[in-house]
Design a protein around this ligand. Structure first.
Ligand code: N01
Length: 508
């Protein structure tokens, strides 16, 4: 049971729990609800922000919306017949997560405004010692299991551009939007043309005096088949038994059967490529602009984007597409390789996240005294089934290495991982294991197979650089197979792949 000791003067408070979860986005919330359903009541979720929601709490930029259909981008155990659109806007997803948290009855387990500053495995005690900093000061938590649900696209990656720190106008990252800045009538620059930027640009184009869009690589953009659900449709989804499930399954299977196949066969991707190029041709009449917006790599190599408004916005009179590389930022302008200085009032950096260098890895220290980052510097970012890591007993990583998707909903992967976590904890209870740790051999076999498959995919062969790849060109972020396979592989906690130890004994 949770036990708490107050801080003596200057010392951190101490608290003991069975299960500590870090992060209150889709993954942390799913873990809290799942563990509660299993009767694991001694669970605490620490969250550095002030609310649930994770990425959907943080990404409030204009136009923020999901590019996965609403019916699939929701928990299987909490369907929502009230989505307003076939692709949900950010605010609706955030409200959905708040509602699910409230209705699940788990909110009292969440400790907000509390950041993890370090976590160390105490081998003698067979517990994690986790330090946090929160509103009441520092706390040291002792926990049997530690679940990192801190997200892989949560830490903004700022571009390494000379002079950026000395820019005297407003500058902010897409995931840290500064809503106090009035953009109306301003000269604004957006750096980047990924999934975030293509949602931001059409919104800004309508507000600002002038927009410079700095594109390093042109993405593929497919039409966004979005629409508002009518009242009768919503009523049917709510009242007709099984209809919402059927609808979700139809969306799921359409993606599951087509998209994974095209990552290994360009012929299967061809119709999508043709549709993306037709989308560009229909929206942009200027052949020179069109040429600069035409991707030079295979479709799927980077995330395929969807938008009906991006190309028309780029073609608008108040937008300039800049493809000359940025060389530096001065106090009031962006300077490109041809020497042009484009003055700017507000600079938006939509340059993505540190997906191949997960922040938590630097402060979680395991059985051997190394951090997860130390290990990954040697092995590359990798885990057993994307979830557990040798040297780190009783550590579970949600949305860990190679669990990202290019084709379907991350919620499916999260639910599979949480199912695995729950089964691991149930197995530990049943067999009185104090610790479970994946073996080096099982982890190596799993990752060798995964990387072997990866070599055939468009992410490796498609002729692009992307956030999927680490500095050695290894894809350490995406899952190369179907979600059916992932779910099947994680359906049971496969204890044979683990060294286990009873209370106060050594692993075998
Ligand atoms: O980031 P990105 P994002 N100078 O890394 C450019 C998810 N997401 O925030 O392509 C100039 O994709 C970089 O150029 P290049 C989704 O998984 C989901 O847009 O590397 N440019 C690129 O254009 C997505 O994939 C939703 O040549 C620089 C851009 O910045 C992921 O988040 C919505 C640069 C970065 O693109 C990340 O998307 C939004 C530099 N120094 C995001 N450095 C949904 O709808 C980088 N760039 C669910």
């Amino acid at each position: 049971m949770t036990s708490t000791a107050p801080a003596s003067a200057g010392a951190p408070a101490t608290r003991s729990v069975d299960h500590l979860v870090v992060g209150a986005g889709f993954a942390g919330l799913c873990a809290a609800i799942g563990l509660a359903a299993d009767g694991e009541h001694d669970v605490v979720v620490v969250e550095k922000g002030s609310d649930v929601g994770g990425t959907w709490r943080d990404n409030t930029y204009p136009g923020a919306a999901c590019d996965v259909p609403s019916q699939l981008y929701s928990f299987s155990f909490a369907p929502n017949p009230d989505w307003s659109m076939s692709f949900s806007p950010q605010a609706e997803i955030q409200a959905y997560l708040q509602r699910v948290a409230r209705e699940s009855g788990t909110l009292d387990r969440f400790v907000f405004d509390t950041a993890v500053t370090g976590a160390t495995w105490d081998d003698a005690a067979q517990r994690w010692q986790v330090s946090t900093e929160g509103p009441t000061g520092p706390t040291t938590w002792t926990a049997r299991t530690l679940t990192m649900a801190a997200g892989s696209l949560s830490e903004p990656r700022l571009p390494d551009i000379e002079g950026l720190a000395d820019f005297e106008g407003e500058v902010f990252h897409s995931a840290r939007w500064d809503h106090s800045v009035d953009l109306a009538g301003k000269r604004v620059a957006v750096i980047g043309t990924g999934a975030s930027a293509i949602q931001i640009v059409p919104e800004l184009q309508q507000q600002v005096a002038h927009l410079d869009l700095y594109q390093r690589t042109a993405p593929y953009v497919l039409p966004r088949h979005d629409r508002r659900y009518s009242a009768p449709e919503k009523a049917a989804l709510r009242h007709v038994p099984g209809l919402q499930k059927l609808y979700r399954h139809a969306i799921y299977w359409a993606r599951e059967t087509y998209v994974p196949a095209f990552t290994v066969d360009a012929r299967i991707a061809f119709p999508a490529k043709r549709a993306a190029l037709a989308n560009l041709r229909d929206a942009v009449s200027d052949p020179q602009l069109r040429e600069r917006l035409t991707p030079t790599f295979e479709l799927g190599c980077k995330r395929v984007l969807i938008s009906n408004t991006y190309y028309p916005a780029v073609a608008a009179d108040n937008v300039e597409l800049v493809t000359d590389p940025i060389t530096r930022v001065s106090s009031n302008a962006v300077v490109t390789a041809d020497g042009t200085e484009r003055p700017v009032d507000v600079l938006v950096v939509a340059t993505g996240f540190t997906a191949t260098d997960l922040p938590f890895a630097h402060h979680v220290r395991g059985r051997t005294g190394r951090t997860v980052a130390d290990r990954w510097a040697e092995t590359g970012m990798s885990a057993y089934k994307g979830t557990t890591v040798p040297e780190f007993p009783n550590l579970f990583v949600l949305v860990g290495p190679n669990t990202g998707l290019g084709h379907s909903s991350m919620v499916l992967m999260i639910e599979a991982q949480v199912g695995y976590l729950r089964d691991a904890i149930a197995t530990m209870r049943t067999h009185r294991y104090a610790t479970v740790e994946p073996t080096e051999q099982a982890t190596a076999v799993f990752n060798d197979d995964l990387q072997h498959r990866m070599r055939r995919t468009v992410w490796s062969t498609g002729g692009c650089a992307s956030w999927y790849l680490d500095e050695h060109g290894r894809n350490t972020t995406l899952w190369p197979r179907t979600t059916v396979t992932f779910r099947r592989q994680l359906a049971r906690f496969d204890v044979a792949a683990y060294a286990v130890a009873a209370e106060h004994s050594h692993p075998t």
